[in-house]
Design a protein around this ligand. Structure first.
Ligand code: 13P
Length: 251
């Protein structure tokens, strides 16, 4: 059976000062030590902390990523950050199409698609987020919504090297409600099949993360599911002990 190395990723969102953000990175670097672990660990702090986070992580296997990037390489885009800038700092990943950006910044699948291509061109791994709203689930169209987001947000040529998919049901984000194992596995298996149908057998190696109120108390059950290859964690990633405990659950 194809082995996919679990990825435990923290999305700090708009949280973290220089003082507490660097302390959190330092705590994770200490826990990782020089050992090889059975998972990849990633944190995605706000842009203001990326440089410090990268510098602190250099002696460890901790990966640092951004939470968004622009579609253009550079230019007159006030307030934006390019994929090349993230790469230049030492970031390896970038989260794209998070539901908060889709909702708060009207990001469309087409925009996410374009950002993904720019991220690849800059040598970054794109973590493309998809997920249905509560009303979409209630009306039974979850898989249709996911199918469209996957088809339209991920460009051709996605591989297990340049792409990670994160399934984040919008109703589970920051609410304390989590998808049941059955709900999560159903969507993850559907995403896996969609990727293989479109990109070929190698796409079975694309990691699919679950996100939405993942915490130490539910991580073991979710991470044990056949098609869950890791987590994209918001709130619980802001606490080193909780985040580390979640990572340990997939060991
Ligand atoms: P919570 O873990 O806080 O629900 O956030 C999930 C998320 O949005 C990660 O990107």
């Amino acid at each position: 059976m194809l082995q996919r190395r679990p990825l435990i990723a923290g999305n700090w969102k708009m949280n973290g000062t220089l003082l507490d953000g660097t302390a959190l990175v330092q705590a994770l670097v200490e826990r990782l030590g020089g050992d090889t672990h059975g998972f990849d660990l990633l944190v995605c702090p706000p842009f203001t902390l990326l440089h410090a986070a990268v510098q602190l992580s250099l002696s460890s296997s901790l990966n640092i990523g951004g939470q968004d990037c622009h579609t253009a390489e550079k230019g007159a885009y006030t307030g934006d950050i390019s994929a090349g800038m993230l790469s230049d700092l030492g970031c390896r990943y970038v989260i794209l199409g998070h539901s908060e950006r889709r909702a708060d910044h009207s990001e469309s699948d087409a925009l996410v698609n374009s950002k993904t291509r720019t991220a690849w061109d800059a040598g970054l791994v794109a973590i493309v987020c998809v997920g249905e709203t509560e009303s979409e689930r209630d009306t039974g169209c979850t898989l249709d919504v996911i199918a469209k987001q996957i088809a339209d947000s991920i460009p051709g040529d996605a591989t297990e090297v340049n792409t990670v998919v994160a399934y984040e049901p919008v109703w589970a984000i920051g609410t304390g409600r989590t998808a049941t194992p059955e709900e999560a596995q159903e969507v993850h298996a559907f995403i896996r099949k969609s990727l293989v149908d479109r990109f070929g057998e190698h796409a079975a190696g694309i990691r699919i993360l679950y996100g939405g109120s993942m915490k130490p108390s539910n991580a073991t059950e979710l991470l044990a599911l056949a098609d869950v290859d890791g987590g994209l964690i918001g709130g619980a990633s802001l606490n080193a002990d909780d985040f580390w405990e979640i990572a340990q659950s997939c060991a």
